[in-house]
Design a protein around this ligand. Structure first.
Ligand SMILES: [Zn+2]
Length: 323
């Protein structure tokens, strides 16, 4: 995490620059708290997409020639080299001009390879243009399935139509895949359903950089997509797997939030496990979701973790659904 390129952003600037943050933060409560009774809030996914044109993209150089681009949706990793650039995740399509300049600031290698960490639009919206620019797209089979079909996400109150053909991953795998590109070994592994049923981890083994997609939100309460296989217990299982794998040296790229490490990942694991425990206990006592939210089971972390993508209410709502 040396040699920051561009400029550093404060947390507030970061949030302001990621329109998805506010959009997703706004989207969920309507469905989680209101169920079928509440009027939907349409247009927020479109709002997130539109706002991407004004996103501020930063490039942070990590090590082993690997960088992370932040601010265009989910965190994107970039490995340039003689085989062409490899990107992990595609960000929003509307951020294309800014992503293009950020990629050009890293190297002049053409874009040749794209791996999606999972199917969500803030990680795949740019698939079509990146494919048109030369990228072959690889992902888990369930990413292809969700992008190929009409897919409803209740937590966002949004139904995604099938993606255009160029956005669909041409190559998929079920469990594991290992690639060697630009002299670097890249190990891909599917999680059991966690944040969705399509989540994979991407391990740059030589540099020991581990992109874990949206199984890890560093400094923000996570979104859990129950509509496409996610659950709090699945999130905890994936996080336990991440914690079991992480070493003192490893750099961990979360789907959202700052680049992290073993201690951040362990803190996040304890947060998920502790919140699940508290919410499950209160639910067993017969408490309603509203009563549990009022009991503030996440009070200790709300000030730091609850002001970004997901409010404390959103997060407690997601946990409540799964216990
Ligand atoms: Zn996601």
């Amino acid at each position: 995490m040396t040699n920051q390129v561009g400029y550093c952003m404060s947390r507030r600037q970061f949030l302001a620059s990621t329109s998805l943050a506010s959009a997703i933060g706004l989207l969920a409560p309507h469905t989680i708290f209101a169920g079928a009774e509440v009027v939907s809030t349409p247009g927020l996914v479109e709002t997130a997409r539109k706002g991407a044109a004004n996103a501020t993209i930063t490039v942070e150089r990590l090590r082993g020639n690997i960088s992370v681009l932040m601010g265009a949706g989910g965190n994107m990793a970039v490995l340039p080299g003689r085989d062409g650039k490899l990107l992990i995740d595609a960000g929003f399509a509307g951020a294309r001009p800014k992503i293009t300049s950020a990629l050009a600031s890293i190297s002049s290698d053409p874009i040749k390879h794209l791996i999606n960490s999972h199917w969500h639009f803030d990680h795949t919206d740019g698939n079509e243009w990146l494919h048109s620019a030369g990228a072959a797209i690889l992902a888990h089979a369930n990413t292809r399935k969700h992008l190929s079909n009409t897919t409803r996400v209740e937590g966002w109150n949004f139904t995604f139509p099938p993606s255009p053909p160029g956005a669909i991953p041409a190559e998929v795998f079920d469990d594991e895949r290992t690639l060697v590109l630009n002299g670097t070994t890249i190990a891909l592994k599917h999680y059991a359903p966690a944040h969705t049923d399509s989540d994979i981890s991407i391990h740059f083994t030589d540099a020991d950089i581990f992109h874990v997609g949206d199984t890890f939100w560093n400094g923000y309460y996570p979104f859990i997509d129950y509509s496409t296989g996610g659950s709090i217990d699945g999130m905890i299982r994936a996080t336990e797997a991440n914690v079991a794998k992480v070493t003192d040296r490893m750099i961990v790229i979360p789907g959202h939030g700052a680049v992290g490490d073993k201690s951040k990942l362990s803190f996040y694991r304890d947060l998920l496990v502790g919140t699940r425990e508290k919410v499950a206990t209160l639910k067993k006592q017969g408490k309603s979701l509203g009563e549990i939210v009022a009991a503030k089971p996440t009070a200790a972390t709300d000030a730091e973790w609850g002001n970004g993508f997901r409010s404390p209410k959103d997060f407690i709502g997601d946990v409540f659904l799964g216990v």
